[in-house]
Design a protein around this ligand. Sequence first.
Ligand SMILES: Nc1ncnc2c1ncn2[C@@H]1O[C@H](COP(=O)(O)OP(=O)(O)OP(=O)(O)O)[C@@H](O)[C@H]1O
Ligand SMILES: [Mg+2]
Length: 233
Amino acid sequence: MLITVQDINHSFLIGRKGKESNVPVLKNISFSVKQGEIVSIVGRSGSGKSTLLHILAGFLKPDSGEIVVKDTVTSVFNEQQSAQFRLENYGFIFQNFQLMPGLTAFENVELPLKLKGMNRHQRKDKVQQLMKHVGLQSVQDHYPNELSGGQQQRVSIARALITDPPIIFADEPTGSLDSETEQEVLELIQTLNDTRDITFVIITHDDEVAQRADRMYRMHDGILTEEGVPNAV
Ligand SMILES: Nc1ncnc2c1ncn2[C@@H]1O[C@H](COP(=O)(O)OP(=O)(O)OP(=O)(O)O)[C@@H](O)[C@H]1O
Ligand SMILES: [Mg+2]
């Protein structure tokens, strides 16, 4: 197993000081993801999907439970260890793209390599190759506000992939796109999964998107259960 999640519980303290109450948001969550799978987590707004993703990626510590990724127990990491593990293993895709407005498409994709200290020449080759792969060559010098939503999401996918992480977490990756563009982005994810063997965990409120995955889990009020998908092999 690439990712194994065992009995995760998490609550948030909410309300005014002195009158706080503890609201359980994740209840005994267990699931697993195999190398090379696309796994979706579908559920209504407020069901706990993003909270689970934040815990998986180490942004948030669970109250209890264990997460094992690539035979490493990540749920015991401190902040610095989590950050380092993320840098090496995870890419992220968000609903609102989160591109840097002052950088071109090319520069947005290049940024993670700069942060890793790769030299200019190597960066240029790598970014150009990937931009070609995701169909962004012709718009590489555009700024984010000069790109369509679908193009912006492809830039953010390329940025997530540029450091070759084995795992991509996507939180509502098609939530801001029209249905045609949504199909294009889902096809790109499928292609990247096929050609680069990247594992995807996709969070969505949309059953149709969720059913495009190899396996699908449903989150309902903090409880996660696996469901069959129509195209399962
Ligand atoms: N930092 C926080 N403090 C307190 N409560 C929180 C916090 N973050 C999330 N919650 C609560 O936890 C629950 C789950 O939130 P979460 O963001 O995980 O839902 P979601 O399934 O991602 O919803 P959406 O589809 O709208 O993004 C909600 O009831 C939310 O109000
Ligand atoms: Mg969410």
